[in-house]
Ligand binder design. Structure first.
Ligand SMILES: NC(=O)C1=CN([C@@H]2O[C@H](COP(=O)(O)OP(=O)(O)OC[C@H]3O[C@@H](n4cnc5c(N)ncnc54)[C@H](O)[C@@H]3O)[C@@H](O)[C@H]2O)[C@@H](O)CC1
Ligand SMILES: Nc1ncnc2c1ncn2[C@@H]1O[C@H](COP(=O)(O)OP(=O)(O)O)[C@@H](O)[C@H]1O
Ligand SMILES: [Mg+2]
Length: 293
């Protein structure tokens, strides 16, 4: 199977002297819940370090101040929550009203699981006409949505990049973790083809992460087991969203995002001299990973 670099990786164009932040994407991350404020924050830091122009994080009211505290660059949007700090149905209308305002959406990091989350995610997935990264609890929400409506992944209003780890992939597809590269590629292709409009790209994460779009496949050659730590996947979500904001296609943003994310992990491991690292180290090495090698 080809490496993600077999097909030339996209090069981000030089920035015009008169560039402004609107040129590099207005991103929104929908994530966070009580006890999981870090996930959307790590995704947000990774998105900004990947070049995003503007970033808002929509998160339940009780989590909003915690998320905002991670970076002065974060703008935050409060979401109505239920008694457990999880999203309420009430958010669906407001968030759908925002569907034209943001250039790129990323759903799921730390979002938690509830009826309100499933309802919100399923409608945003279907109706937002912009590129969207779907990760973590948004993938779990789509697993629940598929039980009610087997067409929940079909014909979204815009390009989708799904980023399941093997556990989330198993919930979405029933395909257990493990299997050969070819078996995993086949299962990824089948998941992509649940969307006959051909707008869905899937990254199956872990050792030998692979990306597919239903016709093409590629395996990622960067990364290391030091990245097997909470928050690494949240970072990848932010990197891909940041690249989508700079007008890369879903396929190219996925390939370049995987490559750079793993490269940052390799730089961090090398610098720290140890395989195990924490996700905040990984975020710190993203700018270095973006330097032309
Ligand atoms: N600091 C934070 O706020 C963090 C929040 N997180 C959030 O926590 C929520 C739950 O996500 P988690 O992924 O932690 O929990 P999940 O329960 O969704 O997945 C963990 C399970 O998936 C399976 N799995 C994962 N990777 C695998 C692999 N490579 N091979 C085989 N099995 C594998 C294992 O059974 C593992 O126990 C998400 O919303 C996520 O964004 C996590 O990202 C961790 C950090
Ligand atoms: N052994 C490994 N080798 C290379 N990359 C890994 C390894 N383990 C995990 N990763 C990477 O780290 C990230 C883990 O994602 P995920 O499990 O969603 O983390 P979290 O949800 O805790 O942020 C993925 O991008 C995965 O490819
Ligand atoms: Mg994850």
């Amino acid at each position: 199977m080809n490496d993600v670099t077999s097909e030339p990786l996209p090069i981000l164009p030089p920035r015009e002297r008169d560039a402004h932040k609107g040129d590099f994407g207005r991103l929104i991350i929908v994530g966070g819940s009580r006890g999981m404020a870090g996930a959307p924050a790590m995704a947000g830091l990774a998105a900004l370090r990947s070049g995003a122009g503007l970033l808002s994080i929509a998160t339940p009211v009780s989590t909003q101040p915690l998320v905002a505290g991670f970076s002065p660059c974060f703008m935050t949007i409060p979401l109505v929550e239920d008694d457990y700090g999880l999203l309420d149905y009430a958010n669906v209308v407001d968030m759908l009203a925002a569907r034209e305002h943001f250039d790129v959406w990323a759903l799921g990091p730390g979002l938690g699981q509830s009826e309100g989350v499933t309802e919100l995610v399923a409608q945003l997935y279907r109706d937002v006409p912009r590129p969207m990264v779907v990760d973590a609890d948004a993938l779990n929400a789509m697993s629940h949505a598929l039980q009610r409506n087997p067409q929940a992944l079909a014909k979204p209003a815009g390009p989708r990049v799904l980023t399941p780890h093997p556990g989330e992939f198993a919930r979405l597809t029933g395909v257990a973790p493990g299997g050969s590269l070819a078996e995993r590629a086949q299962a990824v292709g089948e998941l992509c083809r649940r969307d006959p409009s051909g707008q869905t790209v899937v990254i199956l994460k872990g050792h030998q992460s692979l990306v597919g779009d239903g016709n093409r496949y590629a395996v990622n050659g960067t990364g290391n087991p030091g990245m097997a730590t909470g928050g690494s996947g949240d970072c990848l979500t932010g990197v891909i969203a940041g690249l989508l904001g700079q007008k890369l296609s879903a396929w190219d943003a996925a390939r370049l995002g995987m490559h750079l994310h793993g490269l940052a992990g390799d730089l961090a491991a090398k610098e720290l001299g140890e395989v195990s690292l924490i996700a905040s180290d990984l975020v710190g090495y993203l700018p270095a990973a973006f330097q032309a090698r």
